[in-house]
Write a new protein. Sequence first.
Length: 54
Amino acid sequence: KECTLPLTGKGVVDRIITNLGVLDVVEGGLRIVELADGVTEAEMRAATEATLVD
């Protein structure tokens, strides 16, 4: 995929926190660590173009 923002954290960031939940950056994509209250895994998957791994 392509990012239009400056990639200042590429290779440095290992955890992403959003209003939908918490994701860890792992080999092959992102792993869901925790979902926000009321958010389903399906909603998280629909909200990102990144590969989500188990």
